[in-house]
Design a protein. Structure first.
Length: 95
């Protein structure tokens, strides 16, 4: 079987983290490995996650969605950030 016949899907996850429900601090991002990314966000020695380092955690996943590819995850991430993460979550609860 040639390589052209194989279909590979790399799912991406769009996620929203919260420092605590009462803090009002949220972070929205996307990753192909949600568990690894959450570990990086909470690791004080990992410096490539600047936003979650400005506000000490622990950060917890409060919302996530599977996306079939990275471009759809990025598009939804932009939509959420444009709306405002807190407002987006409120919209999701009321629908």
């Amino acid at each position: 079987m040639g390589r052209g016949n194989l279909a590979f899907f790399i799912w991406h996850f769009l996620y929203i983290l919260s420092k605590s429900q009462s803090s009002g601090k949220y972070y929205c991002g996307q990753s192909s490995d949600l568990d690894r990314r959450l570990q990086q966000d909470n690791d004080p020695k990992y410096r490539l996650t600047k936003t979650t380092k400005r506000f000490e955690g622990p950060w917890k996943v409060i919302w996530s969605r599977d996306c079939s590819n990275r471009s759809s995850a990025v598009k939804l991430e932009k939509t959420i950030k444009k709306r405002g993460i807190g407002r987006y979550l409120e919209d999701q609860q009321s629908s």
